[in-house]
Design a protein around this ligand. Structure first.
Ligand SMILES: *Cc1c(COP(=O)(O)O)cnc(C)c1O
Length: 385
């Protein structure tokens, strides 16, 4: 039994010692669809690439170690991971979700699983009492994201998980925004942690991937069965890229957090900025809970422009040179997005504005550039508003 390793050591080493065949220090890309059997029906350790692959196993063990989980299962995308969880439900089952879920998760629940008889409802999970009231007899899963998208709403994972436990429901936490470096939901009572590894885990905006980590052996069996049956698996090259990303997660997250903290403070005192949403600001309603359940506050910021028309807002977007206008997040490069016309465009306008997502909301994924250049870029862009 190995000594207990801390996060950074796990990130660098978990899942990948030197390759047993060559001594290669980095896990090789096992680009093979099938594996030789010693006797018919008796695979050595790997059999067929849909079921498992050594490069994928290395990634899965690494991610499991980072989440403090016994099991990690890699998928071809974050939504493929979400899909595998939902396929384990039955018609009539109910999923209770936080009301600022990633748009793709919302669409999957509503448009794919709704017609198949899986019911979903959406509540503001910042209010634990409201969560309790929204539970029905068939509520099988709680599905939450914290910090949420794009206003960084913070949900108390431990308190919410207690409510779920009392009703025999299991808890899925989408930990894409926080990453295990900042927040470990399984330790707070979650049953499943979901990742879009496309974001911070990969970290370089060059690969799509997803993962689920759990300590629950039954869930592991069910999910591996989904992998075997449906095969939404990442290829060996993608696993290699994701593993390479995971090895520097802790270093990158420290800088993402430091840069975001600096920019949140800058935006907070800027005359053209109305509100800043960053869980690390004492003025953020989720600050106390975030301080409790996260080790730092992450690299995502949202803010609203003072009395801005849609045209003003679009001008600020166009005025950015370092921040790239794009969806997604978590890469080394800084991105800026406009939820109203991009990530959240499919929400009806009235509903969107009622949820605090007016046309003047902007979202930043703060990257790893020199923070002075990021500040100057925002200052120049804001001058156009
Ligand atoms: C991007 C994202 C997803 C979906 O992941 P893909 O890898 O794009 O399929 C799910 N949840 C959150 C919070 C995300 O940001």
């Amino acid at each position: 039994m190995k000594r207990a390793w801390r996060f950074a050591t796990q990130a660098v080493h978990a899942g990948s010692g030197p390759d047993v065949h060559s001594g290669a220090v980095m896990m090789p890309i096992y680009q093979s669809s099938t594996f030789a059997q010693s006797e018919p029906g008796i695979p050595r350790s790997y059999e067929y690439g849909r079921v498992s692959n050594p490069t994928r196993t290395a990634l899965e063990q690494n991610l499991a170690a980072l989440e403090g989980a016994t099991h990690g299962i890699a998928f071809a995308s974050g939504l493929a991971a979400a899909d595998a969880i939902l396929k384990c439900l039955r018609p009539g089952d109910h999923v209770l979700c936080s009301n600022d879920l990633y748009g793709g998760s919302y669409r999957l629940l509503r448009s794919v699983y709704g017609p198949l008889g899986i019911r979903s409802s959406f509540v503001d999970m910042r209010d634990v009492d409201r969560v309790g009231r929204a539970i029905g007899p068939n509520t099988k899963l709680f599905w939450l994201e914290t910090p949420g998208n794009p206003l960084l709403h913070v949900i108390d994972i431990a308190a919410t998980a207690q409510v779920a436990k009392r009703h025999g429901a299991h808890v899925v936490v989408d930990n894409t925004f926080a990453t295990p470096f900042l927040q470990r939901p399984l330790e707070l009572g979650a049953d499943l942690v979901l990742h879009s590894t496309t974001k911070y885990v990969g970290g370089h905006s060059d690969v799509i991937g997803g993962a689920i980590c759990t300590n629950n052996a039954q869930w592991e069996t069910r999910l591996r069965f989904q992998v075997k049956c449906a095969g939404a698996v990442p290829g060996p090259m993608d696993c290699f890229l994701l593993l390479r990303g995971a090895k520097t997660l802790h270093v990158r997250m420290e800088r993402h957090c430091a840069n975001a903290r600096h920019l949140a403070a800058f935006l907070g005192q800027h005359p053209k900025v109305d509100r800043v949403y960053y869980p690390g600001l004492a003025s953020h309603p989720g600050y106390e809970v975030a301080k409790h359940q996260m080790s730092d506050f992450g690299g995502m910021i949202a803010f609203t422009l003072m009395a801005a028309t849609l045209e003003d807002t679009l001008r600020v977007l166009a005025g950015c040179e370092v921040f790239t206008l794009a969806e997604s997040l978590g890469g080394v490069e800084s991105l800026i997005g406009h939820p109203a016309t991009m990530t959240h465009a499919s929400i009806p306008r009235e509903e969107r504005i009622a949820a605090g997502l007016g046309d003047n909301v902007l979202r930043l994924s703060v990257g790893l550039e020199d923070v002075r250049d990021l500040e100057n870029d925002l200052a120049a862009a804001l001058a156009t508003a």
